[in-house]
Write a protein of this length. Structure first.
Length: 342
């Protein structure tokens, strides 16, 4: 595909809305909205191919490997059963390329795709497309929709370009994917990265400001330095030992927004246990069981925006190993929280 040839673009699925209580403070709301798409670090994301040519599947596998090679705390594993996969990948050539954003994939039916590729992934542009869609699943939005980017569009030309071939979008789709600015609650920092893998390619004439992009914007492809910094900060590598959480012993947590605490649980007896947090913080609490060396999701709860604590019950078996992970959204009135199981 030549540099000036029109290119198809990612057409991501709309966000799944959440209902937050009336009267919630703006700082608390911002953190919940910002962090709710992010996975608990240490999660193994399972993916399944809903058919597709072998070469296209291999291109997607390579893109997962490239993200993982950055040393992040997430892992990716291919599974044969779509019911075991958080990420289900289709290759419908008539449906464009898209993905749901972050943990929104968990709200999609177990037989439905959460990601689709609508063109050849074995080209340089296709490789970037595969990295781009996985970026969405990790929680990254489109970079050009950053509200701090300062992009001024020739809106008539934008609509004319994207409603034509090869995208064939409606005006609503064009607005949603290009012209709409993301709410400031949903972005981290303020710098725009035109080299990001999450940035579109744009032909000449669509951008009027910044002036350097009047003749078009062509990202270099692949993961930019800022992409790599973001994913390492959001999902840092799991280094060092994990402390053991003992039953009936509350452990105080002092975390900043987005930070996480992890605990190993070796239950002293086989029975049903309660696992929960205490304090006024908003958290997501997730329990994994280690099966053949891989953490598999067992139970979890998210209390964000609610006047309660995360709490769930699970039957734990003596001799098996479990990992409890607590990720903080908002530190609450006291700035402190605690975790315990009993």
């Amino acid at each position: 595909m030549s540099e000036n040839q029109p290119r198809p673009h990612c057409n991501p699925k709309p966000r799944i809305p959440i209902a937050l209580p009336a009267g919630i403070s703006d700082p608390r709301m911002r953190l919940i909205v910002l962090l709710r798409t992010k996975w608990v670090n240490g999660t193994v994301l399972h993916y399944h191919f809903l058919g597709g040519p072998a070469a296209q599947q291999e291109a997607v596998r390579s893109a997962f490997v490239e993200w993982k090679a950055l040393g992040i705390g997430l892992d990716f594993a291919e599974v044969a059963d779509p019911g075991e996969a958080e990420i289900r990948i289709a290759f419908d050539q008539g449906n464009g390329s898209w993905s749901y954003l972050g943990k929104d994939v968990l709200g999609i039916g177990a037989t439905e795709p959460t990601m689709n590729f609508g063109w050849d992934l074995t080209t340089d542009y296709g490789r970037t497309t595969a990295l781009h869609e996985i970026g969405h699943t990790l929680g990254l939005p489109h970079e050009h929709q950053n509200p701090f980017a300062g992009i001024v569009w020739d809106e008539q030309k934008v609509y004319q370009y994207f409603t034509g071939a090869p995208n064939g979008w409606t005006r609503d789709q064009t607005f949603h994917n290009v012209l709409r600015k993301i709410n400031t609650h949903e972005v981290e920092g303020s710098n725009w990265d035109p080299d990001s893998v999450m940035e579109y390619w744009f032909p000449a004439g669509l951008i009027t400001e910044p002036a350097e992009f009047k003749d078009g914007l062509t990202p270099p492809g692949g993961l930019s330095a800022a992409d790599q910094e973001w994913v390492r900060r959001t999902y840092p590598g799991l280094n060092g030992s994990t402390p053991t959480l003992k039953p009936f012993e509350s452990v105080a947590l002092s975390l900043v927004a987005g930070a996480q605490a992890d605990f190993v649980i070796d239950p002293p007896s086989s029975r049903s246990y309660q696992l929960g947090t205490f304090g006024t913080a908003d958290t997501v609490l997730v329990l994994f069981e280690e099966i053949d060396g891989e953490p598999r999701f067992l139970a979890g709860d998210d209390d964000s925006g609610e006047d309660r604590n995360a709490l769930f019950s699970a039957k734990l078996i003596q001799g098996r190993r479990y990992v409890l992970r607590v990720r903080l959204y908002w530190a609450g009135q006291s700035g402190q929280t605690a975790a315990m199981y009993w």
